[in-house]
Design a protein around this ligand. Structure first.
Ligand code: AFP
Length: 297
């Protein structure tokens, strides 16, 4: 079944349906850049990181499509310093976008992705207010995985015609023994070290690619957990709350998993600014309960 038909069958709100379809339709143009827009751009983003040409291109494609559609009132992207207000929008929705997560892997042809969070209004609100979230993964296949609150998590694959067809309905995170740990071991804080050592003693296998969206996608299918913790020199962690943690946390939570900053559910955290960073633990409920209990003790 094609994505649009599936959304209708599920009784998805018409405005949300249009929005999810809009993102699905930008995948072809973004993918075209993998050949034509390789390499670094001469600019840095709000975090001082060198932008890849394709980061910028994906950002431009998505912002232009959203502005033209007038489907959302607020657009926050990892590549823009300020939240964009869309005048005359038909919905009060706010959107967060990481146009190309894992972009340092473009040059080596590993999987990267677009991550989107959907809010009922302004985006500086806790993740538990979200209407839904989705990500598009550009790997050997291009897939789109979405959730709307309470409707389950569903995965679609892009065909040669650019349309997305249902691959797996009602995804739930299985029990599994993969762990994807970011940051350098020498910089681990004591509670985090204890957590990782416990997973290792239980036989968890290492999987870390440098693309959060791809690593979490694997955990969603195979079980286990991903972490980019607080560490010496970066006590707030490295990953972005709004662009990475919250939307992927929403997907994994709707699939029966959990997300935490090590102390509380990440979806309960109210962002202070679009640039907020956070420590993140995301994956199976068992693993997330374990880090929270180790950190408390
Ligand atoms: P980019 O989108 O700028 O490549 O950032 C990727 C990322 O935020 C996340 O996807 C990775 O898990 C993490 O950085 C990897 O960072 P390190 O290579 O510093 O461990």
């Amino acid at each position: 079944m094609e994505l649009e038909d599936f959304l209708k069958t599920k009784g998805t709100d018409e405005n949300l349906t249009q929005l999810i379809m809009l993102f699905s339709k930008q995948a072809t143009a973004i993918k075209a850049g993998f050949l034509s827009a390789r390499g670094a751009a001469d600019t840095k983003n709000v975090y001082g990181e060198t932008q890849m040409a394709l980061d910028k291109r994906a950002d431009e494609i998505l912002i232009a499509a959203l502005k033209e559609s007038k489907l959302v009132s607020w657009i926050a992207t990892e590549e823009q310093p300020d939240i964009i207000e869309v005048k005359g929008a038909v919905n009060p929705f706010g959107i967060t976008i990481d146009p190309l997560d894992g972009s340092s892997l473009i040059d080596v042809n590993l999987a990267v992705g677009t991550i989107v969070g959907i809010y009922p209004g302004h985006v500086l609100e806790p993740g538990n207010t979200m209407l839904g979230a989705l990500y598009i993964l550009y790997g050997p296949l291009t897939t789109l995985t979405y959730t709307t609150t309470g409707s389950g998590v569903h995965e679609f694959v892009m065909g040669e015609d650019g349309n997305f067809t249902l691959m797996q309905e009602n995804l739930t995170i299985p029990e599994g023994k993969l762990y994807a740990p970011g940051a350098l071991r020498k910089d681990y804080l004591p509670y985090h070290k204890k957590f990782i050592e416990q997973l290792e003693s239980e036989g968890y296998k290492l999987r870390f690619s440098g693309s959060f969206v791809a690593d979490v996608h694997q955990i969603l299918h195979k079980g286990g957990m991903f972490t980019y913790p607080a560490f010496v020199g970066k006590e707030n962690g490295k990953l972005r709350l709004l662009f990475e943690g919250t939307p992927m946390g929403k997907v994994v939570t709707e699939a029966g998993g959990a997300v935490s900053n090590g102390t509380i559910n990440l979806l309960d955290v109210k962002p202070a600014a679009v640039s907020d960073r956070t420590p993140i633990y995301i994956g199976g409920r068992k693993e997330i309960a374990l880090i929270e209990s180790i950190k408390r003790s």
